[in-house]
Design a protein around this ligand. Structure first.
Ligand SMILES: [Ca+2]
Length: 160
């Protein structure tokens, strides 16, 4: 009986501590983010919530092309979804970096040696890291030299 009580109390504490860490949220929607890039047009399209259609960030010059997202404060990031133009069974190669201060960067995901076809489902990266800045550097499009991004979603724990 005593052990059972202890177990139940333990479970409740576990659940409470899980709750206090915060549920996974869309960090772009819940924070005042700043976005930047090294080339291209219509960058605001990558965070407008629309995937598909004609509105996208288009970087027309030869790669690399990069976008940088500042979440305003360090967040616990859990996954990044990247939606790119998907016609013609093309694939894009890129790497994702994270930083807490905008100076020191760490590679979080890297597809430069992969041929992952772009689809409507996007590219999903499960990432567990604290970061304030996320930078995605595109180095290759298998069909032409342009880079096209519909949307970037960053999920994680909003508590700082
Ligand atoms: Ca969009």
């Amino acid at each position: 009986m005593r052990i059972a009580k202890k177990l139940i109390i333990g479970m409740i504490i576990c659940q409470l501590s899980h709750l206090s860490q915060g549920a996974e949220v869309d960090l772009i929607k819940t924070n005042l983010v700043k976005i930047n890039c090294n080339q291209g047009q219509n960058l605001e399209a990558i965070i407008d919530g629309v995937i598909g259609g004609t509105e996208l960030w288009r970087a027309p010059y030869s790669p690399p092309a990069w976008i940088e997202i500042d979440l305003g404060a360090i967040k616990n990031i859990s996954r990044i979804n990247l939606f790119m133009y998907w016609a013609g069974k093309r694939y894009y190669q890129y790497y994702i970096e994270g930083s807490s201060d905008g100076k020191t960067w760490k590679i979080l995901a890297d597809t430069r040696n992969k041929e992952l076809i772009s689809t409507r489902a996007g590219y999903l990266h499960m990432i567990s890291v604290p970061a304030r800045f996320i930078r995605i550097t595109f180095v290759y499009n298998s069909i032409n030299s342009e880079i096209h991004v519909y949307e970037v979603e960053i999920y994680g724990n909003d508590s700082e």
